[in-house]
Design a protein around this ligand. Structure first.
Ligand code: ADP
Ligand code: MG
Length: 577
């Protein structure tokens, strides 16, 4: 069974599969991948968090806004119910208190009507209708005495329900009214009704008391959606509301919808319990959600800013990281190459020294035997070819000497030397060395330039060996320049308390190939004229004295050899051990 976390990790690791070699492509890829990952890891949670809080805030806000609207609708509904209940119970009380006969008497009816109007200002008329539907008593602005209502809708409804509150209608002087009718029984079993008409100006006052802002609206409708009061936006009284009638519910309900003008609105409604009316309140969403919209834009700015910050930080950080990585990779590889080179040189040096050492003994024997042969020839009497023999033996001795000088020089590279360290002035040694070569310089009209740092610190090192180093390098420079060329010697204080000496020539320069092999023994481009040991020995000495040597050369332009020497040469030791 595979571990899912393990596979995920390995997949993640495979994202970082980039080529190993130090190619620009590797670092470009690394940079891209790290930046992407860092951005994703930090931006994603931010976005999720933002989205979650966005929704949470929105729903909280909606709830907070919707609740008061609901409460307001509920309160207003109660006010309407109270208003209608008061009126209908008053009419009911009159019908219970007085008999039809008493009320049919106009004088009585008039007195009662005046008293009623005194208590409740909205009453417009009061009428008594007998069991056949005929108006038998009336006080009010109309002349309706004797009118038969038996076919009227309200009459029949009242007969069924006992108490009836009509829809709003345009009545006297084109004012909206409602009618309230109550049915009673005469002692003889026949029925009669008391009917009152009431102005609905009070409705407008109830709506006004809701204290709505100018963007909002509230009105009363009947079950058919006909407006029972004027609406601010959706028509006047008796117009049909241009929106679907909310479903019947006595508890205030709220819906999220759109009005005919395309405004997003919250529509809250509740039906009255004692009449077929519903109170409707409309709040535009824009108004309600204004604080939300401003917060949303703040939030957007904040998120955009954060994302920008994260991305630029990721970019900057990754850039720095990858650059450091590349630098250290490059340094590591350079160091590697350097170590390889040093090791190669030291093993070549050991080999050369070993060969020289092995050859030394047979050379000594040859030398001894040749000396013996020379002595024998000298002591013996003349014999044929005696001259030739002694010439041959001499030639052998000369060759042996030459071999010995080579083996000695080779051994000098690695042998533990009796170093004689002393306080030295590098400038002085350079000048001294130059004096050996003055003759040749004059002869070949080579210009010697010097730029010696007078404040150069003195160093502890070996005078003879340094002379040899400088002589080798300057000799090479002389060999490289044409007659009339120039060689410049410079000394300077280098980093880490080192003393720097550079020998610059404007000679033929070196190819890369030559530069690679310059420190190897017997490497020369000078055919018969060179031994190829000069730079090999120079390198050995400088290493032994704790210094460094660098070559900077361009073919056809010239060469600068720079030697760095420490203030104090390390205790003598050979490269052999
Ligand atoms: P040699 O001088 O006997 O040839 P060296 O070890 O001194 O041996 O130098 C090795 C080779 O390095 C030279 O043959 C030459 O090709 C090259 N070389 C050294 N110094 C210089 C220089 N200043 N300008 C051009 N080539 C140089
Ligand atoms: Mg040389």
């Amino acid at each position: 069974m595979k571990n899912p976390l393990g596979t995920m990790l390995s997949r993640l690791r495979s994202v970082f599969d980039v080529p190993d070699e130090i190619a620009p492509e590797r670092y470009r890829m690394l940079r891209r991948k790290i930046t992407l990952l860092m951005t994703a890891v930090s931006v994603l949670p931010l976005l999720i968090l933002t989205a979650v809080s966005y929704h949470q805030y929105q729903s909280t806000l909606t709830r907070e806004i919707v609740t008061p609207v609901r409460a307001l609708v509920n309160k207003t509904r109660h006010s309407f119910e109270l208003f209608l209940a008061e009126r209908s119970s008053t009419v009911s009380l009159l019908a219970k208190t007085y008999s039809m006969a008493e009320l049919s008497d106009e004088k009585n009816l008039n007195r009662i009507f005046l008293a009623l109007k005194g208590e409740f200002p909205g009453f417009v008329d009061l009428g008594v209708i007998d069991g056949r539907g005929v108006q038998v008593g009336y006080v009010g602005p109309y002349d309706v005495r004797g009118k038969n209502y038996s076919e009227a809708d309200w009459y029949n409804r009242t007969r069924v329900k006992g108490v009836y509150i009509s829809d709003v209608f345009m009545g006297f002087r084109r004012f909206p009214h409602i009618a309230i009718a109550v049915q009673r029984m005469n002692p003889d079993g026949s029925s009669w009704m008391l009917r009152a008409t009431i102005e609905t100006t009070q409705f407008d006052r109830l709506i006004a008391s809701m204290g709505l802002d100018p963007e909002s609206d509230a009105f009363l409708i009947n079950t058919a959606g006909v407006l029972q009061t004027n609406s601010r936006f959706y028509g006047n009284v008796l117009d049909v509301m241009p929106m679907p009638v909310p479903h019947l519910s006595y508890e205030p309900s709220i819906i999220d919808t759109e009005d005919p003008e395309g405004r997003q609105i919250f529509l809250s409604s509740a039906f009255l319990q004692n009449a077929d009316f519903a109170i409707v309140a409309v709040k535009p969403k824009t108004e309600i959600l204004r604080p939300w919209t401003s917060l949303r834009s703040d939030l957007l700015i904040f998120v955009a800013f954060s994302v920008a910050l994260i991305i630029s930080a990721a970019f900057g950080f990754t850039d720095m990281l990858v650059r450091r990585m590349r630098d250290s990779d490059e340094r590591r590889i350079a160091a590697f190459v350097q170590i390889e080179h040093t090791q190669k040189l030291s093993s070549i040096g050991r080999l050369a020294a070993g060969v020289a050492h092995e050859i030394n003994n047979p050379l000594a024997i040859i030398n001894e035997k040749a000396g013996l042969a020379a002595d024998l020839i000298a002591l013996s009497q003349d014999f044929p070819q005696k001259e030739r023999f002694s010439a041959i033996v001499e030639a052998i001795s000369r060759s042996v000497d030459r071999c010995r000088s080579i083996t000695h020089r080779l051994l000098g590279f690695s042998r533990r030397m009796d170093a004689t360290y002393e306080q030295l002035d590098v400038n002085g040694i350079l000048k001294e060395t130059m004096s050996f070569l003055e003759q040749e310089a004059v002869h070949r009209s080579i210009t010697i330039g010097t730029s010696l740092d007078a404040g150069l610190p003195r160093i502890t090192s070996d005078r003879g060996q340094l002379q040899q180093v400088f002589l080798n390098i300057i000799n090479n420079a002389f060999a490289a320049v044409q007659d009339g060329g120039s060689v410049t010697l410079t000394t300077f204080a280098a980093d880490g308390g080192m003393v720097g000496v550079s020998i610059q020539d404007n000679g033929k320069g070196m190819s890369e190939e030559v530069q690679r092999h310059i420190f190897e023994p017997f490497f020369t481009t000078k055919k018969t004229a060179g031994t190829g040991l000069g730079m090999f020995i120079t390198y050995g000495i400088i290493k032994r004295l704790g210094g460094e040597i660098g070559i900077n050369s361009r073919e056809g332009v010239g060469t600068t050899v720079t030697v760095y020497l420490p203030q104090d040469a390390p205790a003598p030791q050979s490269l052999e051990n």
